[in-house]
Write a protein that binds this ligand. Structure first.
Ligand SMILES: [Zn+2]
Length: 346
Protein backbone atom coordinates (compact mmCIF):
# COMPACT_ATOMS: atom_id res chain seq x y z
CA UNK A 1 0.00 0.00 0.00
CA UNK A 2 1.16 3.52 -0.79
CA UNK A 3 0.31 6.63 1.25
CA UNK A 4 0.28 10.14 -0.16
CA UNK A 5 -0.38 13.30 1.85
CA UNK A 6 -1.74 16.55 0.42
CA UNK A 7 -1.82 19.65 2.56
CA UNK A 8 -3.84 22.54 1.26
CA UNK A 9 -5.48 25.71 2.52
CA UNK A 10 -8.80 23.90 2.88
CA UNK A 11 -7.29 21.11 4.96
CA UNK A 12 -5.09 18.13 4.43
CA UNK A 13 -5.85 14.87 2.78
CA UNK A 14 -4.38 11.41 3.24
CA UNK A 15 -4.62 9.19 0.16
CA UNK A 16 -4.15 5.43 0.49
CA UNK A 17 -3.60 3.40 -2.67
CA UNK A 18 -3.80 -0.39 -2.37
CA UNK A 19 -5.85 -3.23 -0.93
CA UNK A 20 -7.44 -1.35 1.94
CA UNK A 21 -11.17 -2.11 1.59
CA UNK A 22 -11.29 -4.72 4.34
CA UNK A 23 -9.11 -2.83 6.83
CA UNK A 24 -10.47 0.69 6.25
CA UNK A 25 -11.91 0.93 9.78
CA UNK A 26 -8.43 1.41 11.23
CA UNK A 27 -7.97 4.57 9.13
CA UNK A 28 -11.31 6.13 10.09
CA UNK A 29 -11.41 8.58 13.01
CA UNK A 30 -12.16 7.06 16.41
CA UNK A 31 -15.32 8.17 18.13
CA UNK A 32 -17.02 9.72 15.10
CA UNK A 33 -20.28 8.00 14.16
CA UNK A 34 -19.78 6.73 10.59
CA UNK A 35 -22.40 7.61 7.99
CA UNK A 36 -21.91 5.98 4.57
CA UNK A 37 -23.21 7.62 1.42
CA UNK A 38 -23.37 5.38 -1.64
CA UNK A 39 -25.48 4.59 -4.72
CA UNK A 40 -27.81 1.66 -5.50
CA UNK A 41 -25.34 -0.05 -7.76
CA UNK A 42 -22.31 0.05 -5.45
CA UNK A 43 -24.45 -0.96 -2.47
CA UNK A 44 -25.72 -3.96 -4.42
CA UNK A 45 -22.21 -5.26 -5.15
CA UNK A 46 -20.24 -4.25 -2.08
CA UNK A 47 -22.48 -3.66 0.94
CA UNK A 48 -21.16 -6.77 2.71
CA UNK A 49 -17.68 -5.25 2.62
CA UNK A 50 -18.63 -1.77 3.87
CA UNK A 51 -17.15 -0.84 7.25
CA UNK A 52 -19.68 -0.95 10.14
CA UNK A 53 -21.72 2.27 9.98
CA UNK A 54 -24.46 3.95 11.98
CA UNK A 55 -26.44 4.61 8.80
CA UNK A 56 -26.10 3.95 5.07
CA UNK A 57 -27.73 6.55 2.82
CA UNK A 58 -28.29 5.44 -0.79
CA UNK A 59 -28.75 7.72 -3.78
CA UNK A 60 -29.66 6.78 -7.36
CA UNK A 61 -26.94 5.89 -9.86
CA UNK A 62 -25.88 8.24 -12.65
CA UNK A 63 -25.38 11.88 -13.60
CA UNK A 64 -29.15 12.52 -13.41
CA UNK A 65 -28.92 12.14 -9.63
CA UNK A 66 -26.16 14.73 -9.18
CA UNK A 67 -28.77 17.27 -8.17
CA UNK A 68 -29.99 19.55 -5.43
CA UNK A 69 -32.85 17.07 -4.85
CA UNK A 70 -30.35 14.37 -3.93
CA UNK A 71 -28.50 16.80 -1.64
CA UNK A 72 -31.80 17.70 0.02
CA UNK A 73 -32.72 14.03 0.48
CA UNK A 74 -29.40 13.47 2.25
CA UNK A 75 -29.81 16.56 4.49
CA UNK A 76 -33.27 15.26 5.44
CA UNK A 77 -31.91 11.83 6.31
CA UNK A 78 -29.13 13.36 8.40
CA UNK A 79 -31.58 15.58 10.28
CA UNK A 80 -33.99 12.67 10.82
CA UNK A 81 -31.29 10.52 12.45
CA UNK A 82 -30.19 13.58 14.47
CA UNK A 83 -26.69 13.51 13.03
CA UNK A 84 -24.58 16.19 14.71
CA UNK A 85 -21.18 17.73 13.93
CA UNK A 86 -19.32 14.72 15.30
CA UNK A 87 -20.19 12.46 12.33
CA UNK A 88 -17.76 11.25 9.69
CA UNK A 89 -19.32 11.04 6.23
CA UNK A 90 -17.76 8.40 3.96
CA UNK A 91 -18.71 8.42 0.27
CA UNK A 92 -18.35 4.99 -1.35
CA UNK A 93 -18.99 5.19 -5.08
CA UNK A 94 -17.99 6.88 -8.31
CA UNK A 95 -17.29 10.56 -8.95
CA UNK A 96 -20.92 11.57 -8.46
CA UNK A 97 -21.14 10.01 -5.01
CA UNK A 98 -17.79 11.58 -4.08
CA UNK A 99 -18.76 15.07 -5.29
CA UNK A 100 -22.13 14.94 -3.51
CA UNK A 101 -20.60 13.56 -0.30
CA UNK A 102 -18.05 16.38 -0.30
CA UNK A 103 -20.72 19.01 -0.84
CA UNK A 104 -23.02 17.69 1.89
CA UNK A 105 -20.05 17.40 4.26
CA UNK A 106 -19.00 20.99 3.44
CA UNK A 107 -22.40 22.44 4.22
CA UNK A 108 -24.24 20.25 6.74
CA UNK A 109 -24.05 22.12 10.07
CA UNK A 110 -21.37 24.34 8.47
CA UNK A 111 -19.15 21.37 7.79
CA UNK A 112 -18.45 17.86 9.07
CA UNK A 113 -15.50 15.50 8.61
CA UNK A 114 -15.52 13.34 5.49
CA UNK A 115 -13.65 10.93 3.22
CA UNK A 116 -14.09 8.93 0.04
CA UNK A 117 -13.64 5.37 -1.10
CA UNK A 118 -13.89 5.89 -4.89
CA UNK A 119 -15.03 2.71 -6.63
CA UNK A 120 -14.22 3.57 -10.25
CA UNK A 121 -10.82 4.06 -11.85
CA UNK A 122 -11.99 7.48 -13.03
CA UNK A 123 -13.00 8.62 -9.54
CA UNK A 124 -9.79 7.29 -7.95
CA UNK A 125 -7.54 9.30 -10.25
CA UNK A 126 -9.84 12.31 -10.56
CA UNK A 127 -12.80 13.14 -8.29
CA UNK A 128 -11.15 11.57 -5.24
CA UNK A 129 -8.22 13.97 -5.37
CA UNK A 130 -8.30 17.74 -5.33
CA UNK A 131 -11.14 18.76 -3.08
CA UNK A 132 -13.74 19.91 -5.60
CA UNK A 133 -17.29 19.12 -4.53
CA UNK A 134 -20.67 19.94 -6.02
CA UNK A 135 -23.65 19.11 -8.16
CA UNK A 136 -25.24 20.07 -11.49
CA UNK A 137 -27.75 22.89 -11.57
CA UNK A 138 -30.10 24.17 -14.31
CA UNK A 139 -28.28 22.15 -16.94
CA UNK A 140 -24.83 23.38 -15.92
CA UNK A 141 -22.27 20.85 -14.74
CA UNK A 142 -20.90 21.37 -11.23
CA UNK A 143 -22.48 24.81 -11.07
CA UNK A 144 -22.85 24.78 -7.29
CA UNK A 145 -20.03 23.51 -5.12
CA UNK A 146 -17.17 24.10 -2.73
CA UNK A 147 -13.44 23.51 -2.48
CA UNK A 148 -12.88 21.20 0.47
CA UNK A 149 -10.31 18.42 0.92
CA UNK A 150 -11.53 15.03 2.13
CA UNK A 151 -9.51 13.88 5.14
CA UNK A 152 -9.12 10.40 3.76
CA UNK A 153 -9.24 8.89 0.28
CA UNK A 154 -8.94 5.13 -0.15
CA UNK A 155 -8.14 3.94 -3.69
CA UNK A 156 -8.53 0.17 -3.84
CA UNK A 157 -8.02 -1.63 -7.18
CA UNK A 158 -10.24 -4.48 -5.95
CA UNK A 159 -13.24 -2.59 -7.25
CA UNK A 160 -12.10 -2.67 -10.88
CA UNK A 161 -13.26 -6.19 -11.89
CA UNK A 162 -16.91 -5.04 -11.65
CA UNK A 163 -16.32 -2.01 -13.89
CA UNK A 164 -17.65 -2.08 -17.45
CA UNK A 165 -15.10 -1.81 -20.30
CA UNK A 166 -16.37 1.74 -20.96
CA UNK A 167 -15.85 2.74 -17.32
CA UNK A 168 -12.32 1.36 -17.42
CA UNK A 169 -11.51 3.21 -20.65
CA UNK A 170 -12.95 6.41 -19.20
CA UNK A 171 -10.60 6.11 -16.23
CA UNK A 172 -7.68 5.72 -18.58
CA UNK A 173 -8.68 8.88 -20.47
CA UNK A 174 -7.97 10.85 -17.29
CA UNK A 175 -4.74 8.89 -16.71
CA UNK A 176 -3.55 9.62 -20.29
CA UNK A 177 -4.38 13.28 -19.61
CA UNK A 178 -2.11 13.32 -16.54
CA UNK A 179 0.76 11.87 -18.56
CA UNK A 180 0.17 14.20 -21.52
CA UNK A 181 0.17 17.39 -19.43
CA UNK A 182 2.86 16.56 -16.90
CA UNK A 183 5.05 13.52 -17.43
CA UNK A 184 6.58 12.26 -20.65
CA UNK A 185 8.05 9.09 -19.07
CA UNK A 186 4.62 8.18 -17.67
CA UNK A 187 3.23 8.61 -21.20
CA UNK A 188 5.81 6.05 -22.39
CA UNK A 189 4.83 3.62 -19.63
CA UNK A 190 1.22 3.87 -20.77
CA UNK A 191 2.26 3.31 -24.38
CA UNK A 192 3.68 -0.03 -23.21
CA UNK A 193 0.69 -0.97 -21.03
CA UNK A 194 -1.57 -3.73 -22.31
CA UNK A 195 -5.10 -3.21 -20.97
CA UNK A 196 -6.10 -6.76 -21.94
CA UNK A 197 -3.27 -8.51 -20.14
CA UNK A 198 -2.15 -6.22 -17.33
CA UNK A 199 -5.43 -5.09 -15.71
CA UNK A 200 -5.36 -8.27 -13.62
CA UNK A 201 -1.97 -7.38 -12.15
CA UNK A 202 -2.84 -5.40 -9.00
CA UNK A 203 0.75 -4.17 -8.57
CA UNK A 204 0.89 -2.58 -12.02
CA UNK A 205 -2.57 -1.02 -11.72
CA UNK A 206 -1.76 0.26 -8.22
CA UNK A 207 1.38 1.94 -9.59
CA UNK A 208 -0.62 3.67 -12.31
CA UNK A 209 -3.29 4.92 -9.90
CA UNK A 210 -0.58 6.12 -7.53
CA UNK A 211 1.33 7.94 -10.24
CA UNK A 212 -1.81 9.72 -11.46
CA UNK A 213 -2.79 10.63 -7.90
CA UNK A 214 0.69 12.13 -7.36
CA UNK A 215 0.49 14.22 -10.55
CA UNK A 216 -2.94 15.55 -9.73
CA UNK A 217 -2.10 16.13 -6.05
CA UNK A 218 1.07 17.98 -7.01
CA UNK A 219 -0.77 20.34 -9.36
CA UNK A 220 -3.58 20.88 -6.84
CA UNK A 221 -1.08 21.58 -4.05
CA UNK A 222 0.33 24.43 -6.09
CA UNK A 223 -3.06 25.92 -7.03
CA UNK A 224 -5.93 24.67 -4.93
CA UNK A 225 -8.47 27.20 -6.14
CA UNK A 226 -7.74 26.96 -9.84
CA UNK A 227 -6.27 30.37 -10.53
CA UNK A 228 -3.49 29.16 -12.86
CA UNK A 229 -1.59 25.89 -12.73
CA UNK A 230 -4.67 23.79 -11.94
CA UNK A 231 -6.31 24.84 -15.18
CA UNK A 232 -3.91 22.42 -16.89
CA UNK A 233 -6.05 19.60 -15.51
CA UNK A 234 -8.78 20.85 -17.84
CA UNK A 235 -6.85 19.52 -20.83
CA UNK A 236 -9.47 17.98 -23.12
CA UNK A 237 -12.27 19.03 -20.78
CA UNK A 238 -13.54 22.26 -22.32
CA UNK A 239 -14.66 20.53 -25.49
CA UNK A 240 -15.23 17.31 -23.54
CA UNK A 241 -17.88 18.89 -21.32
CA UNK A 242 -19.56 20.41 -24.38
CA UNK A 243 -19.73 16.95 -25.97
CA UNK A 244 -21.11 15.34 -22.83
CA UNK A 245 -23.81 17.95 -22.81
CA UNK A 246 -24.70 17.95 -26.52
CA UNK A 247 -24.46 14.24 -27.39
CA UNK A 248 -24.45 12.63 -23.94
CA UNK A 249 -21.08 10.97 -24.43
CA UNK A 250 -19.50 9.37 -21.31
CA UNK A 251 -17.06 11.73 -19.58
CA UNK A 252 -13.81 9.89 -20.39
CA UNK A 253 -14.71 9.34 -24.04
CA UNK A 254 -15.65 13.00 -24.43
CA UNK A 255 -12.34 14.01 -22.80
CA UNK A 256 -10.50 11.76 -25.28
CA UNK A 257 -12.10 13.62 -28.19
CA UNK A 258 -11.39 16.91 -26.42
CA UNK A 259 -7.71 15.99 -26.02
CA UNK A 260 -7.46 15.17 -29.73
CA UNK A 261 -9.01 18.54 -30.64
CA UNK A 262 -6.62 20.32 -28.27
CA UNK A 263 -3.70 18.41 -29.79
CA UNK A 264 -4.78 19.47 -33.29
CA UNK A 265 -5.05 23.06 -32.11
CA UNK A 266 -1.54 22.72 -30.62
CA UNK A 267 -0.32 21.43 -33.99
CA UNK A 268 -1.94 24.41 -35.70
CA UNK A 269 -0.01 26.72 -33.36
CA UNK A 270 3.28 24.85 -33.97
CA UNK A 271 3.48 23.72 -30.35
CA UNK A 272 3.16 20.04 -31.17
CA UNK A 273 4.68 17.88 -33.91
CA UNK A 274 2.47 15.73 -36.18
CA UNK A 275 4.19 12.62 -34.71
CA UNK A 276 3.11 13.64 -31.19
CA UNK A 277 -0.51 14.04 -32.26
CA UNK A 278 -0.31 10.54 -33.71
CA UNK A 279 1.17 9.15 -30.47
CA UNK A 280 -1.73 10.60 -28.50
CA UNK A 281 -4.21 9.18 -30.99
CA UNK A 282 -2.61 5.71 -30.86
CA UNK A 283 -2.50 5.76 -27.07
CA UNK A 284 -6.18 6.69 -26.77
CA UNK A 285 -7.09 3.97 -29.26
CA UNK A 286 -5.08 1.35 -27.37
CA UNK A 287 -7.37 2.04 -24.39
CA UNK A 288 -10.45 1.72 -26.64
CA UNK A 289 -11.20 5.43 -26.53
CA UNK A 290 -12.73 7.17 -29.56
CA UNK A 291 -10.59 9.85 -31.23
CA UNK A 292 -13.16 11.27 -33.62
CA UNK A 293 -16.89 11.83 -33.51
CA UNK A 294 -19.62 13.39 -35.63
CA UNK A 295 -20.40 16.62 -33.92
CA UNK A 296 -22.94 19.32 -34.42
CA UNK A 297 -20.56 22.30 -34.41
CA UNK A 298 -23.23 24.93 -33.74
CA UNK A 299 -24.55 23.04 -30.69
CA UNK A 300 -21.03 22.48 -29.43
CA UNK A 301 -20.16 26.17 -29.88
CA UNK A 302 -23.34 27.07 -28.05
CA UNK A 303 -22.32 24.86 -25.11
CA UNK A 304 -18.76 26.31 -25.17
CA UNK A 305 -20.17 29.82 -25.05
CA UNK A 306 -21.70 28.95 -21.67
CA UNK A 307 -18.55 27.40 -20.25
CA UNK A 308 -17.44 28.57 -16.80
CA UNK A 309 -13.91 29.08 -18.17
CA UNK A 310 -15.07 31.57 -20.82
CA UNK A 311 -14.09 35.22 -20.47
CA UNK A 312 -15.73 37.48 -23.05
CA UNK A 313 -15.15 36.15 -26.56
CA UNK A 314 -12.16 34.14 -25.41
CA UNK A 315 -11.89 30.84 -23.64
CA UNK A 316 -8.96 29.43 -21.65
CA UNK A 317 -7.75 26.43 -23.55
CA UNK A 318 -5.09 23.95 -22.50
CA UNK A 319 -2.64 23.07 -25.26
CA UNK A 320 0.40 20.82 -25.34
CA UNK A 321 3.86 22.21 -25.87
CA UNK A 322 5.27 18.74 -26.51
CA UNK A 323 4.11 15.59 -24.74
CA UNK A 324 4.35 16.00 -20.97
CA UNK A 325 4.08 19.79 -20.99
CA UNK A 326 0.85 21.77 -20.93
CA UNK A 327 0.40 25.47 -21.62
CA UNK A 328 -2.70 27.59 -21.16
CA UNK A 329 -3.71 29.97 -23.92
CA UNK A 330 -6.69 32.20 -24.42
CA UNK A 331 -8.33 31.21 -27.68
CA UNK A 332 -10.98 33.20 -29.55
CA UNK A 333 -14.16 31.15 -29.82
CA UNK A 334 -14.28 31.77 -33.57
CA UNK A 335 -10.73 30.37 -34.01
CA UNK A 336 -11.82 27.30 -32.13
CA UNK A 337 -14.89 27.04 -34.31
CA UNK A 338 -12.70 27.11 -37.42
CA UNK A 339 -10.56 24.23 -36.13
CA UNK A 340 -13.66 22.21 -35.27
CA UNK A 341 -15.22 22.91 -38.69
CA UNK A 342 -11.99 22.00 -40.41
CA UNK A 343 -11.89 18.69 -38.57
CA UNK A 344 -15.48 18.12 -39.64
CA UNK A 345 -14.90 18.66 -43.33
CA UNK A 346 -11.51 16.92 -43.42
ZN1 LIG B 1 -12.42 14.63 -16.05
Amino acid sequence: MKIHEISGQTGSSRILVGRVMDTITQYLPNGSPLIILTDDNVRHYYEDRFPPAQTIITMGTGEGHKTLDTVQMIYERLVSIEADRSIFLLGIGGGIVCDITGFVASTYMRGVRFGYMPTTLLAQVDAGVGGKTGFNFMGYKNMIGTFNQPELVVCDPEFFPTLSPVDLSCGFAEIIKHAAIADHSYFEILENFDIKKQMDDPGVVEDIVHRSVMIKADIVNRDERERGERRKLNFGHTLGHALEKTIGMPHGEAVGIGMMAAANLSLEKNLLQPGDVLRLKNLLESFHLPTAVDLDVSKVMDALARDKKKEGKMIHFVLLNGIGKAVIESIYLDVLEKVLFKKQSA
